[in-house]
Design a protein around this ligand. Structure first.
Ligand code: ATP
Length: 373
């Protein structure tokens, strides 16, 4: 969330007197590099957390053939409050089996149906679109996270022949569509420094080309919208939405869309905020153990070189604090990130000269300075 008056609506119920338990899956490539930096601020932020690391990654898989072990889902769901995730993906692992089993396994298995991706500009100079201010680029994308083509229904026939046929099903359920749309209305009503007097929800689909699946989205949207007369509801086809993300991002508060379109649109959302190095996300089931990860992947091209921008991981950790009900810590962390961005104490992908660890040092310095509270 942004702004001191914001109240994150999807968080956990308070549990006085118990330390929150956080599972960390650092993963592959730049995942462990950015997670290491982000975890440095846990102490200074002053919220006692019990942190447990899990080894699931390409290296672990190559040594043990294990991806997400049996029982892990139940352990995470019942014994942890949140999961802090780096990235998975390694060219040595065929077909991305680890990423599929672990990340998709957790999204589906924990029913983390809201993929919440803020599109919030930290500093005008990071925006490649001329003349857009922080106030203009300040919205959320809620991507449906448990359906669509990602359920991997389908198959292929006559594989590797000239007659090959391949089918991927796009699964959309009334229940799944309705609950993500409802989440968008809940979030749109949270104050976040928007310039609109009336909160806005925009639903993005492609019902003109996909009348069955996205006809369902349109019908569900119309019904839910009718219950929220205090919100301005609109609809865009995904091709137009892509254009509007660049042309008039100021028109949006909450954008709700399908799994596949959300995946694509949020990379564009990241691009108008400075790129994948500053894009955070949460995979959320309201009130339950949820998973927080930077939008970027494992980026093998820059892994091990000190080039990875850790700010997406810091902003992701801030979302995790929101989920724990620790809005003040989340806000402090976000302000520290804003501070280093404004001061240009950043990595090369966003115009600086610092290494991953030096950027982490800069965030830590802000948080531990006597004026930070
Ligand atoms: P995935 O398939 O999971 O999306 P990927 O490695 O194909 O993973 P990303 O990791 O998302 O793609 O990144 C695409 C490119 O963006 C990387 O190759 C890298 O150059 C750049 N990039 C991504 N994350 C960062 C970061 N944190 N800091 C700097 N550059 C980054």
């Amino acid at each position: 969330m942004t702004g001191a008056d914001s109240v994150y609506p999807f968080g956990l119920a308070p549990v006085p007197g118990r330390r929150r338990r956080i599972a960390v899956i650092a993963g592959d490539g730049i995942g462990p590099e950015v997670v290491e930096q982000a975890l440095r601020v846990v102490g200074p932020l002053g919220v006692p957390l019990e942190i447990q690391h899990f080894p699931w990654s390409a290296n672990h898989y190559l040594q043990t053939q294990e991806t997400l072990p049996k029982g892990a889902l139940i352990e995470l769901r019942d014994q942890f409050d949140a999961i802090f995730f780096g990235a998975l993906g390694d060219p040595r692992v065929p077909d991305g089996v680890v990423a599929r089993d672990v990340l998709l396994g957790l999204r589906f298995g924990l029913d983390l149906y809201i993929n919440l991706r803020p599109v919030q500009l930290l500093d005008e100079k990071l925006c490649p679109v001329k003349g857009k201010s922080r106030r203009d680029v300040n919205f959320w994308v809620l991507r449906e996270n448990t359906e669509g083509p990602y359920v991997q229904m389908g198959g292929s026939f006559k594989r590797d022949t000239p007659d090959e046929v391949a089918i991927s099903e796009d699964l959309n359920t009334r229940r799944g569509v309705e609950r993500i749309i409802r989440a968008a209305y809940t979030l749109a009503k949270v104050p976040h420094g928007s310039s609109h007097d009336t909160p806005r929800v925009c639903m993005v689909d492609k019902a003109n080309a996909l009348p069955h699946a996205h006809g369902l989205w349109q019908r569900a949207f119309r019904e839910v919208a009718a219950e929220h007369r205090d919100v301005q509801s609109s609809h865009l086809f995904v091709d137009v939405a892509a254009m509007e993300f660049v042309r008039t991002p100021e028109r949006f508060d909450a954008v709700v869309t399908s799994n596949l379109f959300g995946d694509i649109l949020t990379d564009l959302g990241a691009a108008i905020c400075g790129g994948l190095g500053v894009a955070a996300s949460g995979n959320i089931h309201p009130g339950r153990c949820s998973l927080f990860e930077p939008v970027h992947g494992s980026a093998p091209d820059i892994a091990g070189k000190g080039l990875a921008n850790p700010l997406a991981a810091f902003l992701t950790l801030a979302m995790l604090y929101d989920h724990l009900g620790e809005g003040r810590a989340a806000e402090r962390l976000r302000r520290a990130v804003e501070h280093v961005v404004l001061a240009g104490q950043v990595t090369r992908d966003v115009g600086g000269t610092l290494s991953t660890a030096e950027c982490g040092d800069a965030v830590l310095r802000v948080l531990t300075s006597p004026t930070s509270n």
